[in-house]
Design a protein. Structure first.
Length: 178
């Protein structure tokens, strides 16, 4: 990778190692990923989103370190593809080796979540309108057809609310997608 370098830093944690390891594990990250995230956060705005730099690690798994020699262009492609999917290099290669499906790119998942949020906002507004219509129908105390229509609208409102509840849980826990 022309112009890029891998900078390495050794940090004396001065007795906070257990706390740092615990915090990293709690976030599903390696200590290195946790440290990079902290350094970037304290550096101000950056061009790459922090979540694109490191995928969550799986600290409960046993991990073997493997070093690969490959053409520089192939290494660049590996790095770009892994980063685009929000995976570490090791997890990306591991999924390729085992045939495990790759997740959609981070940008696509972010766009999907944003679209889902917009859709939920629209459905929430629709649910409010349906509720207002039901109140109007009740006030009218009109014909039997109006009451039946109100019953159908209450069912539709319940369906919309269920969708919003389910979608909200998905949006709140995006890590489940990985």
């Amino acid at each position: 990778m022309e112009g890029a370098s891998r900078d390495r830093v050794t940090i004396d944690l001065r007795g906070i190692g257990d706390v740092v390891r615990s915090a990293a594990a709690g976030r599903g990250q390696t200590v290195a990923a946790f440290a990079r995230q902290a350094l970037l956060a304290s550096s101000g705005p950056q061009s790459l989103a922090v979540e694109q730099l490191d995928a969550p690690a799986h600290p409960a798994r046993s991990v073997a370190k493997v070093h690969l020699r490959m053409d520089e262009r192939e290494a660049e492609v590996l790095i770009l593809k892994a980063r685009a999917l929000g995976l570490s290099y090791g997890e990306y290669v591991g999924r390729l080796v085992t045939g495990t499906p790759l997740p959609p790119p981070v940008a696509q998942r972010d766009a999907d979540r944003a679209a889902l949020r917009r859709s939920c906002d629209q459905l929430a507004a629709l649910a409010g309108d349906i509720n207002a219509l039901i109140r109007l129908i009740r006030l009218a105390k009109g014909a039997e057809a109006a009451r039946q229509f109100g019953d159908r609208m209450r069912g539709l409102e319940a369906d919309v609310r269920r969708h919003i509840d389910l979608a909200s849980r998905l949006v709140a826990r995006p890590e489940d997608e990985r």
